[in-house]
Every structure is written in structure tokens, then in C-alpha cells.
Design a protein around this ligand. Structure first.
Ligand code: IMP
Length: 193
């Protein structure tokens, strides 16, 4: 069985991605499985750059083919920010609910509802060589935060052609359409072909 390291400590993401990998004959290791706790600074300006920083670091440290993802939400009423700063943006509020309120307020104020999530996955399987796979899901900001599933910005994001937020969809339903699963499926197709 082919071994791959997923350079992440984010439990939710590991669960989401392990579910997808389970269908294939690929053994997925996470940083936790290898007792790696240090991570490089995500100093890139794009999702692609940050994903590459992490996959190169994991490969150079372990010698195991390594992939990393970097993702976030881009919101029209915030001039398509926070993007690569999505995690920091959320953490700067006293609670997720306060962040959601602020996003909803700005969406209403500017009458601009559009948003998208993007994931870039970088795979480093050789020294000085990486490949990037992107996934994107378009949608809009909801009028209220809703739902208990998922993580991060899921309660305020309604995917295009849906009338529920991502946090109201089950993990399996989210996996069928998410930015991350689109990018992971491209990675898996590359690995098995
Ligand atoms: P990361 O850098 O890929 O870990 O993602 C940065 C941040 O983007 C996360 O901390 C979340 O707040 C947000 N994010 C990324 N993917 C998702 C998602 O699928 N749902 C909701 N929020 C997400």
C-alpha cells in the first residue's frame, strides 16, 4: 500500500480527507501519527504558495511523499478577503458568532452576497518538485449563521444551487461538493493513474 503524509494537525480536515482516501488503497499518515509538531511559517501570499511551503517542509523532514492543503474563504463584500488570512481573521473576533455577524453585516451593507471557498493542495514527492491541485466552490453568504456540522465559516456559506449552509449539510453531503474534496479528488486521480 502506498504511504502518503498529509501535512496537517487540523482534526476536522484529517477526518474529511481520510474518509475520501478510505475508498482507495492509499495509507494516509498525519503529522500526529509521526509525532511532528513543528510547522513552517505560512508566509505565502496565495493558497498555492502556502500549500507548497508545507508540502516541501514535510517531504524534506520525513522523506515520505507529502501533500498539504491551504484553504480559506474569499468574500465579495470584504474585497474578496480574508483569503489566505481566513484563520487569523476568524481568530481576531471574540467568538465565531461575532465574526459571522460582522460578515453578514458587511454583506448587507454593500449588497454583495457572493463568496467562495478555495483549496490548493501541493504534493511534493521529489526534491525541488511539487504539483498543485485546486478546488473551488462558489456560493453566497447566508442571512443568518445556521447549522452545527463542519467547522470554520461553514455556518455562513450557502453553496450555489443549495438553500442550506455548509454547516447544515452532513459530512458526506459536504464531501460531495466541497472545495477540498474537488482538490483531493484531483490529487487521488493523479496518484492512481
Ligand atoms: P487552512 O489554512 O487551510 O487551515 O484554512 C484556513 C481557515 O479557512 C480555517 O481555519 C477555516 O476557518 C477556513 N476554512 C478552510 N476550509 C474551510 C471549510 O471547509 N469550511 C469552513 N471554513 C474553512
Amino acid at each position: 500500500m502506498r504511504k502518503l503524509l498529509f501535512f496537517s494537525n487540523n482534526k476536522n480536515k484529517i477526518i474529511e480527507i481520510k474518509k475520501i482516501f478510505n475508498k482507495f488503497n492509499l495509507e494516509l499518515l498525519s503529522l500526529n501519527d509521526l509525532n511532528i509538531s513543528e510547522e513552517p511559517e505560512e508566509s505565502g501570499k496565495t493558497f498555492e504558495e502556502n500549500a507548497k511551503i508545507k508540502s516541501d517542509y514535510g517531504f524534506n523532514k520525513t522523506g515520505i511523499s507529502c501533500f498539504a492543503d491551504d484553504s480559506g474563504i474569499c468574500i465579495e463584500s470584504l474585497n474578496w478577503k480574508p483569503g489566505v488570512l481566513s484563520k487569523r481573521f476568524l481568530n481576531n473576533f471574540k467568538s465565531n458568532e461575532a465574526c459571522f455577524e460582522s460578515i453578514i453585516k458587511s454583506t448587507k451593507k454593500h449588497s454583495k452576497q457572493n463568496a467562495y471557498f478555495k483549496t490548493s493542495i501541493s504534493l511534493t514527492a521529489k526534491e525541488n518538485h511539487n504539483i498543485v491541485f485546486n478546488g473551488k466552490i462558489d456560493g453566497k453568504i447566508s442571512e443568518q449563521a445556521k447549522g452545527k456540522f463542519g467547522f470554520g465559516y461553514d455556518p455562513v456559506f450557502i453553496p450555489k444551487n443549495y438553500n442550506k449552509t455548509l454547516a447544515e449539510l452532513s459530512a458526506n453531503e459536504k464531501n460531495e461538493i466541497s472545495h477540498r474534496s474537488i482538490a483531493v479528488t484531483k490529487l487521488i486521480n493523479f496518484l492512481i493513474n
